[in-house]
Design a protein around this ligand. Sequence first.
Ligand SMILES: Cc1cc2nc3c(=O)[nH]c(=O)nc-3n(C[C@H](O)[C@H](O)[C@H](O)COP(=O)(O)OP(=O)(O)OC[C@H]3O[C@@H](n4cnc5c(N)ncnc54)[C@H](O)[C@@H]3O)c2cc1C
Length: 463
Amino acid sequence: MQPMDNLMQLAELRAPQVRDVRANLAGELVVPGDPSWDEARLAWHLAVDQRPEAVAIPENLHDVIEIVLWAREEGFRVAPQGTGHNAPALGDLAGTVLLKTHRMRGVAIDPVSRTARAEAGAIWIDVVKAAAEHGLAALAGSSPDVGVVGYTLGGGLSWLARKHGIGANQVTAIELVTADGEFRRVDRENEPDLFWALRGGGGAFGVVTAIEFNLFPITEVYAGHLFFPVERAGEVLRAWRDWTETVPDEITSVGRILQLPPIEEIPEPLRGNSFAVLQAIYSGDDFDEARRLVDELRALGPAMDTFDVMPVEGLSHLHMDPEEPVAGIADGSTLAELDDETIDAFVAAVVGTPILAAEVRHLGGAVGRARAEHGAVASFEAPYLAFAVGLIPVPELRDPLAAAVHGFVERLEPWLHGHTYMNFAEGRRDARTLWTEAAHHRLKRIKAQVDPDNLIRSNHPLG
Ligand SMILES: Cc1cc2nc3c(=O)[nH]c(=O)nc-3n(C[C@H](O)[C@H](O)[C@H](O)COP(=O)(O)OP(=O)(O)OC[C@H]3O[C@@H](n4cnc5c(N)ncnc54)[C@H](O)[C@@H]3O)c2cc1C
């Protein structure tokens, strides 16, 4: 029997219970055989074929509670999902209800306390736009449609990270429904252990329904790219690496290789060409100082220079990430060092392969400084992070791309740091590499207290 037949038979057996829970929901419960089944089970990562027992699409907190209680009664597990940007890591969804939060997308800004409140399904552009209206900026990721909650629970590396640290450590309160169906609001005073766990421990502790976090009074940044012919990648990345060792925390930057396909969506002169690219963001007040700092890179003689003062909300598009769901494969990890050999290995692992974009992000600064009040991922010891991504325009390209992305991580193996960053890990990792040993033990203890039956499934389980 095919897996889909199996699922449909299960759905028929459970039809009365499905009817009952549907009657209690403002949202939807979609099961195999329903007309919207194939649409409901899609992830942002279109190449991931998600086959859960059912897809629940809550409209509100009450729905989330109903779904959790129903899944528990039926003997299913629950996997919360915002957008599915990290769906590849989730794995086989048999026996699991996929709880998709995309209809709970409300955002509210409090300009006085300089905080934002985002519901479970909000994506970064929702917050970035709303905050900008008040002259405020969030620690948003490179992509406008990454989910605020998934990103923040895993850590959250923004273009302001070296100045303000990872997103998880700017969270002020989290609301969630735990495996027992109970609604909890956790912060520093209320259930501080659970509050600690959620800030970097990932999505294993409950279904988050809303999250609140600090914003920063930033309206403009100095940011852009320098493009060089890809043949200069080794030289340019070495010069950039040396530069990163000197810049202040106001600068967060990336060294990249872009190999752009000859497609209409990509403007000339980028279309069909390959480049070594240096991207940097300066988030301080002194733009003259920023220009002077970037001049040091300009001395390399780029073919194109896009640096300028720009509204902070422009950072959501700066990295040129895909802004719609795509079929692709990606993976990455943190680097313990970036010596000349690492750079040569990085370039050799990318140039001429089907990888579309590969990058090294500079960490350090506030990302590297742990504080007592921080959560489960207090800081990153690793000074850099490497990541590669490619698209699958036709099915025949899947295997070569998978081999290239896999080969990318393998080639960098000698320089990988022992700590893996869960948000940039698109495959399953040994849980012991995701946190320090002490944090991992504490997370497992908290999980056992709050979800002893392991009802809630996350993309990167605690092991
Ligand atoms: C194009 C692209 C750009 C990216 N840029 C950045 C970047 O600049 N910086 C960075 O740090 N990361 C970045 N990422 C990685 C991204 O942060 C992770 O993929 C993150 O997990 C995405 O969260 P999501 O909610 O969008 O994805 P999802 O796949 O929906 O969620 C990931 C996991 O988060 C948990 N989760 C989500 N919602 C809930 C909830 N309501 N309750 C409980 N758990 C929940 C679940 O365990 C889920 O499996 C990028 C990824 C892509 C594909």
